[in-house]
Design a binder for this molecule. Structure first.
Ligand SMILES: [Zn+2]
Length: 124
């Protein structure tokens, strides 16, 4: 079990990621579970989705927070790109590819994968 505060933080971070990726999916955070003490799993999906229909992302608990955020963003991004049949989400301004989650100088960022200096923004 993880402390209530951490779970609320993960929920807030996960919702920020879903809202940024968007894709017109309107996904939200449904459930957070901790099958192991080293990571939490965040279940997301459309409003009204049943537990069997959720998509899961991993939020590692044994790494620095920015790395955990980037990992969760990458997992949720994969699910949302798949759910939209390959849309570039979140779109990189001026390019046809999606932004890439990464950690630079201790900050979790969405980055342009082709020219990292061109576009960067905090993930959460
Ligand atoms: Zn780009």
């Amino acid at each position: 079990m993880i402390p209530e505060l951490d779970e609320q933080d993960i929920r807030t971070v996960a919702q920020a990621i879903l809202d940024r990726i968007d894709g017109g999916l309107g996904w939200r955070v449904h459930k957070i579970r901790t099958p192991e003490h080293t990571f939490a799993e965040v279940g997301v999906g459309p409003a009204g989705a049943g537990e069997d229909d959720l998509y899961w992302g991993v939020y590692p608990l044994n790494v620095p927070r920015p790395d955990a955020i980037a990992n969760l963003a990458s997992n949720l991004q994969d699910h949302m790109i798949e759910a939209t049949w390959g849309q570039a989400l979140p779109a990189c301004p001026g390019h046809t590819h999606p932004l890439n989650p990464d950690v630079i100088d201790g900050e979790a960022l969405w980055l342009c994968p082709a020219e990292p200096g061109k576009h960067r923004e905090p993930i959460a």
